[in-house]
Write a protein that binds this ligand. Sequence first.
Ligand SMILES: Cc1ncc(COP(=O)(O)O)c(C=O)c1O
Length: 362
Amino acid sequence: MQFIDLKSRHQLIGGKINARTQQVMEHGQFILGPEVREVEEKLAQYTGSKHCVTVSSGTDSLLIALMALGIGAGDEVITVPYTWISTAEVISLLGAKPVFVDIRPDTWNMDETLLEVAITEKTKAIMPVSIYGQCPDMDAINEVAKKYNLPVIEDAAQSFGATYKGKKSCNLTTIGSTSFFPSKPLGCYGDGGALFTNNDELAEKFRWIRVHGQVRKHHHPILGINGRMDTLQAAILLEILEVFPDEVQKRENLGQTYSEGLANIEGLETPSIREDNTSVYAQYTILAEQREEMQNYLKEKDIPSVSYYSVPLHLQPVFKNLGHQAGDFSVAEKVANQCLSLPMSPYLTQEDQANVIDAICT
Ligand SMILES: Cc1ncc(COP(=O)(O)O)c(C=O)c1O
């Protein structure tokens, strides 16, 4: 059994992907070719967002978002300690300070009730993460942001395709940022990412920054990076997008089957999905009090599992300068100590899933 099955989809649509990529090889516009614009239009349409700007990765996407907002030395950006390092890394790369607020014990997303007290005069943005495929309470976060006139960036690297109150992730606030890393819900065949906004000025800045701050040929009024997504990846995404709605449905069904099968087991917590949310289950993650034992036991049965972010960001050596210690963010620490992700992908078979559930239940 594979932890994430990336091969089955290729077996299904590999022929179409080959035909699309062949077209790119023949027209030869490998950088910002027509497929890039085409996929941006489709992605914007899917999320309901006015603009989509594709970029080189989910990390560069966050970096470009912060650069477009003018964030730099001395600024503070509020985010969570339980996430992939990119979220806070980009803040520090720009000389700003990541300010952590703890996560909620139910959804493992930013605890919106702790947000307001973290705001200072230096706060320039709020960056919640839609962890494991589920959005945080964006209305509550947006309300606090509005009160202090702050932009919000949804780090939606794991939640493309999810919904919050019927609206699509990536189109819930000032900026949505996602990743097309292969194992993500909408993954391409290499690195890629995208920015979403309804703000014309921001969208224009994203486009400038992804080509070295170039506004027109050889004219660079602002700093930028080499942040473009390859035309080949855009062509691949165009084909994957055709099957994506079906994959989202499959993910949701698999998530529900896991949660039903693993309900009411002592020492084990299944993910809690808010009533007004749908999750794309980028990972199906449980909390296990005896995590190590469970992981070893699953390994004996040839069932792969992974503990993501088992050291939360405030305890990472690279952020030592922030002066945090164990106990500062107790919910993030508990989740980091107990989280265990089980095999998950739209093509996980019923039989394999039943084996995982049986193994844990017995
Ligand atoms: C929450 C989160 N943010 C950002 C990223 C960065 O995306 P990428 O790997 O495409 O740079 C990831 C992906 O690993 C992620 O999970």
